[in-house]
Design a protein around this ligand. Sequence first.
Ligand SMILES: *Cc1c(COP(=O)(O)O)cnc(C)c1O
Length: 459
Amino acid sequence: MKYISTRGQMEPIGFQDAVMTGLAPDGGLLLPEVLPRVAGKLEEWAQLSYQELVFEVMSLFATDIPPADLAELITDSYASFDAAEVAPSVEVGGFRILELFHGPTLAFKDVALQFLGNLFEYILEQRGGKLNILGATSGDTGSAAIHGVRGKPNINIFIMHPAGRTSPLQEKQMTSVLDPNVFNLAVEGTFDDCQHIMKTTFADVDFKTVHSLGSVNSVNWARVLAQTVYYFYAAFRAMEHTGARSVQFSVPTGNFGDILAGYLAQQMGLPISRLILATNENDILSRFFNSGIYGMAEVFPTISPSMDIQVASNFERYLYYKVGQDAEKLVTLMDGFTENGSLSVELNENGVVDDLFVAGRGDTASTLEIIKRYQDEYGYVLDPHTAVGVLVAEQFKSDTTPTICLATAHPAKFTQAIVDATGEAVHHPTLDALADVETRCDSIANDVDAVKQYLVNHI
Ligand SMILES: *Cc1c(COP(=O)(O)O)cnc(C)c1O
């Protein structure tokens, strides 16, 4: 399998190169040249364990990794999960809640980042060399990435977070990792400042090459690929349980990475009748699917901070399919967006962007209300991100098709919102254990050169 760029200016490359490249040199995102069709395999796949299913799906895409090596990478990556099924579904209030928070940092990002960490290390062992990961985080990605690569001999990871602006627990999940290859930087600024420093550093191509900088954000193809698997797995369990022939998924969305994986699973032949896209007040994506207009707005801080995003980096991958895999058309749209902060596509004969998608948003008050209602009625506590997905799913519930709601984080990660909603905190032993642990973190000025100098000193 070869990978191409959405912007059409890159020679096709193999899977390992795609993983190491991250963003294509022409500024586009990588996609497989063709999406494999798997409809004929579904019956067989429905019998597999989670890890076996990961192997079958990935074998179609990671064709330059020998099968025995791939199998070992997968076994290692999911051994750190505390649920035997890795991604179990539970029935709550007429929905199937797909719990994706059983990894080491209690958010769905572990599903992909545990694998990506091992994959980086594997590729470096094959090819030689070192990788220095530079990332910026507002919370969940940083800790999942750190836990994915801690202790790996050929990798250093440098994660910038805005000093004092992540939740205390999220900060502890990062700074309590004391492995010598992990560097936490508290930047005297906002998340946008951190992201700006990261982008500016990557844009210095000489610096990037000399210091072998790499990226773990969700533009990396391996992350999307790892996420497609739980759509298959959860759909099989739901169909087995109810006898239905198709399912719908509700996905709380920020960067469009998670729901893109569902879209690709559907395109490959998984019978998904509908994808329910849910956003918080930062609703550029729900506005797009309802109006055809993708228009930027200010970022508004909410109780579901991992979805406080206005420009969704993975949206370009969807748009590429939407314009019929025409790179030229895509470039025209993206250039227009860069220039005007807005782009638009035509609505179809049903007056929507795409018959597969429905979309809605949840605001803070209704999100707190549904957390309380589910706690009172079902004794199940939704984290604020998951709650947004369930809230929107309630509008699109079906009598005949099971609805699977992705639970993207454990509620104990977002204690304050849960206390505001229900009056009581939720606990998780992993987080409770962080109370008095030793931490390590360096403060740094909000300055690109200061961060570059730090990298040079510590690589
Ligand atoms: C990252 C994250 C999301 C959003 O996922 P995207 O792939 O950016 O759409 C939702 N919920 C939680 C808890 C997250 O950490």
